[in-house]
Design a protein around this ligand. Sequence first.
Ligand code: KG4
Ligand code: ZN
Length: 342
Amino acid sequence: MTKKINILAIESSCDDTGAAVLQNNRVLSSKIANQKVHAEFGGVVPELASRAHQQNIVPVVDMAIKSAGIDKKDLHAIAFTKGPGLLGSLLVGTSFAKSMALSLGIPLIAVNHMQGHVLAHFIDEEGHQKPPFPFLCLTISGGHTQILKVNEYIDFEILGETIDDAVGEAFDKSAKIMGLPYPGGPLIDKYAQSGDPKRFKFSKPKTSNELDFSFSGLKTGILYFLQREQIKNENFIDENLNDICASIQGTIIDILIDKLEKASKKTGIKHIAIAGGVSANSGIRKALHENEEKLGWTTYIPKFEYTTDNAAMIGIVGYLKYINHNYTDESTLATARLKVNE
Ligand code: KG4
Ligand code: ZN
């Protein structure tokens, strides 16, 4: 019989404070405290984020342990997000994890947030099939846009990545231009569902490496387009919101799918996964399903709650590292910039 390993995982890389308890590959509990304070500023304010993490971390961890139905002394290790992310936010989770592991006398495991997004696919979930190695993973979040070749659990090759904005930023900045609150990605998704994606055309960027991405030009194109239209009709955005959102989302999805198709052709890999906050997008999920038939892909889409930032994804990496005795010690530092394969 496999030994039951209980891991407490802590995620505090940006504006959500997360805590989860995993028993081997299974999630016993996963709690998250979202920070509402940033909405009125149109983006995450680092100082406010770290202050809110400090307020949230004790109750969120407490809730996760209680709702897992275990006692603190049943924990085998504590996993935490080491980076990448906002330094002040990472410091809160890192210090908390270190002191708790020290007081319980259990190992400490440092987790790369981006590996968490990808390896969330290995959480045991009814109805979710785990991708076989090697597979391609399109990692799309507020801070990252990459196509990875995943050779093994912790063996990633970056085939392409953004040379400027991340795709989540493209969503959020477009939303901001239209006067929508932060984070605008989910709102664009919502309005797009009742809109016509072919109504407005936005030009697609070119990059020298055919698998790289660029989104800053698209954002500028959208800004100029809306300014032009608003000169003719000051209510243009309100009157056409659904179609504008559908057209922006449609353009972004076309860019993502086109690069994935190229990466699949180049590598011959047809097992295609998506990960990261933007993989919650209903349009990208639909487009992937359509390609299953068209291109013979098998696609892997994480359960909705494991797409945007959460601690369960940190816990699964924690478990995979635990079984390989890949621990860290108290000298480890929160690190704002960390590549996916570090
Ligand atoms: O992975 P995540 O939670 O945080 C980072 O590590 O960055 O991703 C957050 C990003 C934000 O830009 C948010 O607008 C975007 O994911 N997002 C979405 C959707 N849900 C979240 N973008 C488009 N459609 C969605 N449904
Ligand atoms: Zn993330």
